[in-house]
Write a protein that binds this ligand. Structure first.
Ligand SMILES: [Zn+2]
Length: 318
C-alpha cells in the first residue's frame, strides 16, 4: 500500500476526493441598526455584519469563488410570529436585496426560519402550552419564502424542521411564479448542543424550553432517512445534514441512499472547537480546517456550509 503514498506527486495522482472553493458556502450574520461590524466572542474571526459591511464580505466571497453565501438576520423587530421576516422592507428583504444588488452573480441562499425574528426564540409561533404550532408555522414560512425569492434569493433553505414545510414553500413559490427557485432542505437537523455559539451570533437563544419536539434526537440514524425521504417527496431539490462532524455517518447514508446534491453544515460549535484549540496551541487551525473539509467530501458532501469558508478558500487559491 505504501508505494502509492511514496511522493506528493503520486499521492495527488491517486487522491480520491478534492476540495475546491465552489464546495464551500459561507454563512453570514447581518444585524440591523448596527454602527460597526461586531466580533462574536464565541466564534473568533466571525462578525455580525452591518447592512453596509455585508457587501464587503460578500465581495470577498465572490472573489474567492465560493459556491454561495447564506444569510441570517439579527433582528431588532421581534414579535410572537416573527412577522418582520414576512414583510416587504423587513430585514430579510433588505439584506438579500443589498447583497444581490452589489453581487448579482453570487448565489444567495436564504435561511428560511423564524427563530431569528421571534421574541421567544422558537422557530415558529407557540401554542398556549408553549409548543411550536407546526401548522401555523408552515403557513407563515411560505410567506417568508416568497419575500426572500422576490428580494432575489437564489435558493430557499428551510431550517425549522416543521412537518410539511418543504411542500408549503414549494406551493407558495409556485403560486407567485418562482417556479425555478430551488429548495435546499435542512432535512436532517438534530437537537444539538453544538449550536451554542450560533445562538449568540444570531441572537436567538430560547427564553425557555428546548427544540427537542421538532429537531431530531442525536440517537437516531434511520429516522434521518425518513426525514430526507419526506422532504424529497415534498419537492426538496437539495438536502442538508446538520450538524456536520459528529454526524458524518448520517451524511454518508443520506448521500448513498438518495444521491441528491447533499450538503453538510459544519456548525458554530465545530468551528469554535477548532479555533479555541488552535488558540490554546493544541492544533494548527489551517491544516485542521482543510482536513475537516476533505472529510466532509469523503463522507459524500457535495458542499459544506462553514464559517471557515474564506480561510479554506484562501489556502486553496494560493
Ligand atoms: Zn429556527
Amino acid at each position: 500500500m505504501r508505494r502509492n503514498r511514496g511522493s506528493e506527486g503520486i499521492r495527488r495522482m491517486v487522491r480520491e476526493n478534492a476540495i475546491e472553493p465552489q464546495h464551500l458556502i459561507l454563512p453570514l450574520f447581518v444585524e440591523e441598526n448596527l454602527d460597526a461590524r461586531t466580533p462574536i466572542k464565541s466564534m473568533p474571526g466571525v462578525y455580525r455584519e452591518t447592512e453596509k459591511s455585508i457587501v464587503d464580505i460578500v465581495k470577498q466571497a465572490d472573489a474567492a469563488k465560493l459556491g454561495a453565501v447564506m444569510l441570517f438576520g439579527v433582528s431588532h423587530h421581534k414579535d410572537h410570529t416573527g412577522s418582520d421576516s414576512m414583510r416587504a422592507g423587513g430585514l430579510l428583504d433588505r439584506m438579500i436585496k443589498r447583497v444581490k444588488d452589489a453581487c448579482p452573480d453570487t448565489v444567495v441562499i436564504a435561511d428560511a426560519c423564524f427563530c431569528e425574528y421571534t421574541d421567544h426564540g422558537h422557530c415558529g409561533p407557540l401554542t398556549k402550552d408553549g409548543r411550536v404550532d407546526n401548522d401555523a408555522t408552515i403557513e407563515n414560512i411560505g410567506k417568508q419564502a416568497v419575500i426572500a425569492a422576490r428580494a432575489g434569493a437564489d435558493i430557499i433553505a428551510p431550517s425549522g424542521m416543521m412537518d410539511g414545510q418543504v411542500a408549503s414553500i414549494r406551493n407558495a413559490l409556485d403560486d407567485q411564479g418562482f417556479i425555478d427557485t430551488p429548495i435546499m432542505a435542512y432535512a436532517a437537523k438534530y437537537a444539538s448542543c453544538f449550536y451554542g455559539p450560533f445562538r449568540e451570533a444570531a441572537g436567538c437563544s430560547l427564553n425557555k424550553g428546548d427544540r427537542k419536539t421538532y429537531q431530531m434526537d442525536p440517537a437516531n440514524g434511520d429516522e434521518a432517512l425518513r426525514e430526507v425521504a419526506l422532504d424529497i417527496a415534498e419537492g426538496a431539490d437539495m438536502v442538508m445534514v446538520k450538524p456536520g462532524l459528529p454526524y458524518l455517518d448520517v451524511l454518508y447514508r443520506v448521500k448513498e441512499t438518495f444521491g441528491l446534491p447533499t450538503f453538510a453544515y459544519n456548525i458554530s460549535g465545530e468551528y469554535a472547537m477548532l479555533k479555541f484549540a488552535a488558540e490554546a496551541g493544541a492544533l494548527d487551525y489551517e491544516k485542521a480546517a482543510m482536513e475537516m473539509m476533505m472529510c466532509f467530501r469523503r463522507a459524500g458532501a457535495d458542499g459544506i456550509l462553514t464559517y471557515a469558508a474564506l480561510d479554506v478558500a484562501r489556502q486553496l487559491n494560493k
